[in-house]
Design a protein around this ligand. Structure first.
Ligand SMILES: Cc1cc2nc3c(=O)[nH]c(=O)nc-3n(C[C@H](O)[C@H](O)[C@H](O)COP(=O)(O)OP(=O)(O)OC[C@H]3O[C@@H](n4cnc5c(N)ncnc54)[C@H](O)[C@@H]3O)c2cc1C
Length: 461
C-alpha cells in the first residue's frame, strides 16, 4: 500500500516541458507523500527470530541480556524508499541555487518551504501530533541522502528542525507547550537556534556566564552567546543558562538550566543579533546573540531547573549522529564529483584517474566514509533503542567529519586548479566540510572523551 502511495506521488511530481506538474497540485503531492511515509510501519522494530544458520551474510544475531535481536546492515525497503524520496526533493535544488545562497547569505527559504510542504519536518514528530514518528535511524538516512544530493547546508536545516528542535522539545518540554510547538515545527512554522557557546567559556560549558534569575512566575535572561547558527531567522531559541552560580552549586555539574524562548512573544527585554561573516555553511549563517533582560516563563524550562547538564548528553548525542550523517553524505557527494572528473580529465594523454596518486586517496576516502557510516548507524540504532550511544555517536562524529574533509581536500587535488573556482562548487564543499571538525564538538574533545571516559586515562578537561 505504501508503495502505491509513493509511486502515485512520484507520478504527480513528473513535470511537463513548462516545468508544471503533469498531475495534481502541491497539496496532492504533500498529501500523497504523507500517506506514503505515514504507512511506514513504526516504531522501528527488530524481529526476534530464532538463530538460523542460513541467515543471509548481511545479518547477524546479537545476544544481549538474554534477548536476541536481528541486526541488519541492509536498509529495509521502506528505508530505501525514504532515502530515494528525500534525494529526489533535494535534487530539485541544484548547485547554482546553493552557490547563490552561499554567496548572498540569504536563508534558503524556497528549499525550507519545499521540505515543509512535503512533510519532511514531520519525520520524527509523534503520530498523535500529526507526524510519522520515525526514529534517529531514519532521520540520519534522510540527512545522509540529502547531503549527498545537495550538500551540507541542505542537510543541516533538517538537523536544526528535526533534531535540535523537535527531538529536544518532544523529550524535555512540558505540556501544552510541547504539543503546540512540536506540531507547529512539523508544519515548518518555526526555525530554532541552539544557544550554547559563549566567548568566555568555549568548550567548557560549565563556565558559561549567561544567567537566568527568578522574577515573578518566570526568569530573566542576561548574557551573550556566539556562533549561533540561524539565530537571525529563529522564532524559537533553546538557551543554556546558569541559574545557580558555580560556587553555590551542590554538585560541579548542577546549576545549568535550558530555556525554550519564543522570540515573538517577549513580555519584556530585548534579543540583539549580529551576523558573523564566516567560512562554512554561509547559507545558514552564524551570529553573536545578546540577551538583555529577556523574560521567559517558568513553564518554558526544558527538563528541570538546575539540571540542564543532565539533559545535554541526549541532545548532544543526537546532534553528533546528525553531524556524522551529514558529513558522510557530503563526503560521498564530493567523492562522486572527484571520481567523475578523474574518469574524464586527460593529462599526458591518459586519464588522471589511471594514476594511483590520484586513485588511491579516492579509494581511501571511500573506505573511511563506509566505516564512519557503519558507526553512525550503530549510534542511531542505540539511540532509538534507549541504549547509551555516547561512544558510537562521538566516534561517528569524529570519523565522519575527518572522512568528509579528507574527501573534499582530495577532490580539490583531483580537480587541480579548477577545484579553486567557485563554479566547480568543490571549494564550497571543502569550506563546509571543515566545520564539523571544530563544531559542534571539536575533535580534541572527542579524543578527550575517549581518553578519559573510555580508556580511563588521567583527566584533561
Ligand atoms: C560555523 C559555526 C556554527 C556554529 N553553530 C553553533 C550553534 O548553533 N550553537 C552553538 O552553541 N555553538 C555553535 N558553534 C560553536 C562551536 O560549537 C564551537 O566553536 C566549538 O564547540 C568550539 O568552541 P570554541 O570556539 O569556543 O573553542 P575553544 O573552547 O576556545 O577551544 C579552542 C581550541 O582548543 C581546544 N581545546 C580546549 N580545551 C582543550 C582541552 N582540554 N584539551 C584539548 N583541546 C582543548 C578546542 O578543542 C579547540 O580546538 C558554531 C561554530 C561555528 C564555527
Amino acid at each position: 500500500m505504501q508503495s502505491f502511495y509513493y509511486w502515485l506521488h512520484v507520478y504527480c511530481l513528473l513535470r511537463d516541458s513548462n516545468n508544471t506538474p503533469k498531475f495534481g497540485c502541491r497539496i496532492t503531492h504533500s498529501f500523497l507523500l504523507q500517506l506514503s511515509i505515514f504507512s511506514y510501519h513504526r516504531p522501528f522494530q527488530f524481529s526476534s527470530s530464532p538463530i538460523n544458520l542460513l541467515t543471509p551474510p548481511a545479518t547477524a544475531i546479537v545476544q544481549r541480556n538474554g534477548v536476541s535481536s536481528l541486526l541488519s546492515y541492509e536498509e529495509s525497503e521502506d528505508q530505501k524508499l525514504l532515502r530515494e524520496t528525500a534525494g529526489q526533493l533535494a535534487s530539485q535544488f541544484n548547485d547554482e541555487y546553493w552557490r547563490a545562497r552561499d554567496s548572498d547569505g540569504e536563508f534558503p527559504r524556497e528549499y525550507f518551504d519545499a521540505l515543509a510542504r512535503d512533510g519532511w519536518f514531520n519525520l520524527n514528530v509523534p503520530a498523535e501530533l500529526g507526524g510519522t514518528n520515525l526514529g534517529m535511524i531514519e532521520t540520519s538516512i534522510v540527512m545522509h541522502e540529502v547531503a549527498k544530493k545537495a550538500g551540507m547546508a541542505a542537510s543541516d536545516i533538517i538537523m536544526a528542525i528535526c533534531v535540535f528542535a523537535i527531538q529536544t522539545i518532544k523529550t524535555f518540554a512540558k505540556e501544552p507547550l510541547r504539543s503546540d510547538l512540536v506540531r507547529e515545527l512539523g508544519q515548518g512554522k518555526h526555525i530554532m537556534a541552539f544557544c550554547l557557546t559563549e566567548p568566555g567559556a568555549g568548550v567548557n560549558t560549565l563556565d558559561i556566564s549567561t544567567t537566568a534569575t527568578k522574577e515573578g512566575d518566570g526568569y530573566v535572561i542576561n548574557g551573550g552567546k556566539i556562533w549561533i547558527t540561524l539565530a537571525h531567522e529563529a522564532t524559537l531559541m533553546n538557551v543554556v543558562t546558569r541559574t545557580t552560580p558555580k560556587n553555590l552549586a551542590k554538585k560541579r555539574s548542577d546549576g545549568l538550566t535550558l530555556f525554550l524562548l519564543d522570540t515573538r512573544n517577549l513580555k519584556h527585554g530585548e534579543i540583539r543579533k549580529k551576523r558573523i561573516d564566516d567560512l562554512s555553511m554561509r547559507a545558514l549563517g552564524s551570529n553573536e546573540v545578546f540577551f538583555d533582560n529577556v523574560y521567559v516563563p517558568s513553564e518554558n524550562i526544558l527538563g528541570e531547573l538546575d539540571k540542564g547538564w543532565e539533559i545535554l548528553p541526549s541532545l548532544l548525542n543526537a546532534e553528533r549522529i546528525s553531524t556524522a550523517s551529514t558529513s558522510i553524505g557530503l563526503g560521498e557527494l564530493v567523492l562522486e564529483k572527484a571520481c567523475n572528473y578523474a574518469r574524464s580529465r586527460q593529462v599526458f594523454s591518459r586519464l588522471i584517474g589511471a594514476n594511483q596518486a590520484i586513485q588511491f586517496p579516492l579509494a581511501r576516502s571511500k573506505a573511511d566514509l563506509e566505516c564512519a557510516w557503519a558507526v553512525a548507524q550503530k549510534a542511531a540504532w542505540e539511540f532509538d533503542n534507549g541504549r547509551d550511544c555516547s561512544l558510537a555517536a562521538n566516534i561517528a562524529a569524529y570519523m565522519g567529519a575527518r572522512a568528509a574533509f579528507n574527501a573534499s581536500d582530495r577532490a580539490i587535488q583531483t580537480y587541480g586548479g579548477l577545484g579553486f573556482a567557485k563554479t566547480s562548487d568543490i571549494e564550497r564543499h571543502w569550506r563546509d566540510s571543515r566545520l564539523f571538525r571544530t563544531g559542534p564538538v571539536p575533535e580534541e574533545m572527542v579524543l578527550n572523551f575517549l581518553g578519559q571516559r573510555v580508556l580511563g586515562l588521567p583527566r584533561s578537561y
